[in-house]
Design a protein. Structure first.
Length: 347
């Protein structure tokens, strides 16, 4: 019996217990643990594999990227302005904003704090006239709002990913065994009382359970319908997974997960199609640090994509250390998150 059918079976038995009442069946001590086991089993029938906050984060990050780029470029192009006040404003702001050039290409967590730093510069009292001269006020507030929204969403993402990780650690087989064991104990108790102290409630419960067992036994034997000699077995589904990550050339054969920055990196996978929500490879491949912050691989660096592999250029300015490789893809329109089980070491 599949996990979904098993969950459905136990859910129906729980309904029968509720109708008869645990007291009438003499299973007061077993009913609550069995109900909890059934609920837990039901929660993992279709586990969440995608992060709900991904699209919202991408939207807020896009606003941040455009706003920081526009502010920086407005300052840069006004360095050659023929209007004295605008040129003076640009000359005042340019050296102060130079550390924040191209921060839109940085990892999420780094960019959030960098935007805060950029806003702190623009909020300085001595820069107020320059900001006004370049008409940057509205863009600054848009950036501030997007950064705050992003930071709030990222907190939700951390909690969401933690819950999804905890759920993925639970083995379906263990949950099924727990529910099945409690069910067997309930049946044993009720059957004893059906012999020594039968009641209408017990007799009806036994009959309903027998009917349910026969129905699900038939489902387990025949699947969706009766088999025929001509029917062909369906192929086993391929589990979506990343099967290998390694440096394409010049890597260490004894330590294939040690990858140099700016090196061409191979990723092998199976069971899904590499595709973003918008049909591109934007926000699809990420390196996740020990704080669960993603560094998204730029689509332009992802090449040679096949049905089961692709290459990308390792981020050149990323901090050395261990990272997880995560793919957030939309396979056939459905979101899917897959992580490589082994961390890679960037050096």
């Amino acid at each position: 019996m599949t996990i979904a059918s098993c969950s459905n079976f136990h859910r129906k038995i729980n309904k029968l217990i509720t109708v008869a009442t645990p007291a009438a069946l003499h299973i007061e001590t077993l009913a609550s643990p069995y109900a909890n086991a059934s609920t837990t089993l039901s929660s993992v029938v279709n586990r969440q594999r995608a992060l709900i906050t991904t699209a919202e984060l991408r939207k807020a990050d896009d606003v941040r990227d455009r706003a920081t780029g526009l502010i920086y470029n407005m300052v840069r192009i006004n360095l050659t302005s023929t209007v004295a006040a605008r040129q003076a404003a640009a000359q005042l702001l340019s050296p102060q904003l130079s550390p924040y050039r191209a921060i839109g290409t940085h990892e999420y967590s780094k960019q959030t704090d960098e935007v805060n730093g950029m806003l702190a510069v623009l909020d300085k009292e001595e820069n107020a006239e320059a900001v006004e001269a370049l008409h940057l006020s509205d863009e600054i507030e848009s950036l501030r709002s997007a950064n705050n929204v992003f930071d709030e969403l990222f907190e939700k993402r951390i909690a969401e990913y933690g819950e999804m990780s905890r759920q993925s650690d639970v083995k379906s087989e263990d949950l099924m065994e727990t529910a099945n064991t409690l069910y067997q104990q309930i049946v044993q108790v009720v059957n004893v009382f059906a012999i020594i102290q039968p009641t209408d409630e017990i007799n009806q419960f036994v009959k309903s359970v027998d009917d349910t067992v026969r129905t699900f036994a038939h489902i387990a034997e025949t699947g969706t319908g009766p088999s025929t000699p001509e029917s062909m077995p369906e192929p086993e589904p391929v589990t979506p997974e990343i099967t290998a990550v390694y440096q394409k050339e010049g890597g260490d054969p004894e330590n294939p997960h040690r990858i140099g920055r700016d090196e061409q990196t191979m990723v092998e996978y199976q069971g899904f199609t590499l595709k973003g929500a918008d049909g591109t490879l934007d926000h699809v491949v990420a390196l996740i640090n020990d704080q669960d912050y993603p560094e998204w691989i730029k689509p332009a660096t992802i090449t040679n994509v096949t049905e089961n592999s692709f290459e990308f250029t390792m981020v050149p300015d990323l901090t050395e250390g261990q990272y997880k490789v995560r793919i957030e893809t939309y396979d056939g329109g459905s979101p899917l998150v897959v992580e490589y089980p082994e961390p890679i070491t960037l050096w």
